[in-house]
Design a binder for this molecule. Structure first.
Ligand code: HEC
Length: 227
């Protein structure tokens, strides 16, 4: 009887001790191996490589397995080649323009301004981009603009990591509308075959991350930016 009472008391005390969890304190844990598996979490320091966080950028040149590779390297020559060879696979349908507007407003307008006049809210802290309403920008072929978004140009960094390839084409459609040179949307037009998005059969560019005089941090963020 006494033994039973003591066992009950012991169990109750152990149970109560287990209830003392609070904040970061997990309370009493029996067999804690499954709770703390020894795995280094993404934002912890890895004791084996303490100079870097556990979550690391993929090795340079890494390409996504589920996205088409953008087959043009960085630089103005490749930009012109993309402009000559690529065609926008999307027509200016209301859906395409709506998505293009969303991309433009969320991503591009910060620097380029809502109407592309180079007067976005970061101006003052970031150098003024040229007006997208200027004759030069109006004369750039769609493929060249997609190249600029993908690989960057001068001090404009690559936006390959932020904007999917199809959204880059749609943003260009919207930009054309902003520039007032959009062709009227043809009735019933829809997106062309997805495999034309990255330009078809050209060999992949040998280079890895996007360029554009971007900082090391940006290069790290867009490692694998061959998208
Ligand atoms: C961080 C600011 C920034 C963002 C965001 C940005 N750009 Fe730019 N963009 C620039 C700057 C600065 C230049 C001028 C680069 C140079 O030639 O040195 C430029 C150049 C361009 C040009 C070439 C203009 C010309 O006359 O040569 C185009 C086209 C363009 N951007 C389109 C876009 C689009 C579309 C987006 C959104 C997907 C975008 N940019 C996002 C800053 C930005």
């Amino acid at each position: 009887m006494r033994l039973k009472t003591s066992l009950c008391l012991l169990a109750a005390t152990a149970g109560l001790a287990g209830c003392s969890a609070e904040g970061d304190r997990p309370g009493m844990m029996f067999l804690p191996n499954m709770v703390d598996s020894g795995v280094v979490h993404a934002f912890e320091r890895n004791p084996r490589t303490p100079e870097k966080p556990a979550l690391q950028a993929p090795p340079e040149g890494t390409i996504p397995f589920d996205r088409p590779v953008f087959p043009y390297g960085p630089g103005p020559e490749e930009a012109r080649r993309a402009g000559a060879e690529l065609k926008n696979p999307f027509q200016g349908t209301p859906e395409v323009l709506a998505r293009g507007r969303q991309v433009y407003v969320n991503i591009c307008s910060v620097c380029h301004g809502m109407r592309g006049e180079g007067d976005g809210p970061v101006i003052g802290r970031f150098p003024n981009p040229p007006s997208l309403q200027a004759a030069r920008a109006k004369g750039l072929p769609d493929g060249q603009i997609v190249h600029i978004i993908t690989r960057g140009q001068g001090i404009m960094p690559s936006h390959a990591a932020q904007v999917l390839i199809e959204d880059r084409w749609k943003a260009v459609r919207y930009l054309r509308q902003l520039q007032g040179i959009a062709p009227a949307p043809p009735p019933g037009a829809g997106p062309a075959a997805a495999e034309t998005l990255a330009g078809g059969a050209q060999p992949p560019a040998p280079t890895g991350a996007g360029d554009g005089g971007s900082s090391a941090a940006h290069a790290a963020a867009t490692a694998g930016g061959a998208r």
